[in-house]
Design a protein around this ligand. Structure first.
Ligand code: FES
Length: 147
């Protein structure tokens, strides 16, 4: 079978869909590969993610991974949520077909973007590298100055 039971379950009954009007952090990301969009809302109290919701115009795998990602970070410390990887989400779903792995990246990036927004709004200092997945050149741009 192409998709695990868990993927089908989260796709059919996604958890935490919607928006949080007074969210403390909102992240919106697009998938460069397919153009799909994901929006993640976080409600944060005392450094804990007390509520999380998402909206997506994405495929079934994007819906399933976002749903699982929200369950994994709910009730967690912000910095714990920051270390959530798409591999962890995929494992929690008992795997995804290889050509669908990029969909799970959307969920991971949306979580990070929402946390970054929260840090920015609250003047919390952070290392830019924390928000870099390492597969882009954004953090290394300064290396090329003067070349
Ligand atoms: Fe776009 Fe899956 S095909 S997120």
């Amino acid at each position: 079978m192409l998709y695990s039971e868990k993927v089908m379950d989260h796709f059919r009954n996604p958890r935490n869909v919607g928006e949080i009007a007074d969210a403390d952090g909102v992240g919106e990301v697009g998938n460069a590969k397919c153009g799909d969009i994901m929006k993640m809302y976080l409600k944060i109290e005392d450094g804990i993610i007390v509520d999380v919701k998402f909206e997506t115009f994405g495929c079934g795998s994007a819906i399933a991974t976002s749903s699982m990602a929200t369950e994994l970070i709910k009730g967690k410390q912000v910095d714990e949520a920051l270390s959530l990887t798409n591999q962890a989400v995929v494992e929690a779903l008992d795997g995804l077909p290889a050509h669908k792995i990029h969909c799970s990246v959307l969920a991971e990036e949306a979580v990070r973007a929402a946390i970054k927004d929260y840090y920015d709004k609250n003047g919390i200092a952070y290392e830019p590298e924390q928000f870099c997945s390492g597969d882009c050149s954004c953090c290394h741009e300064h290396d090329h100055h003067g070349e």
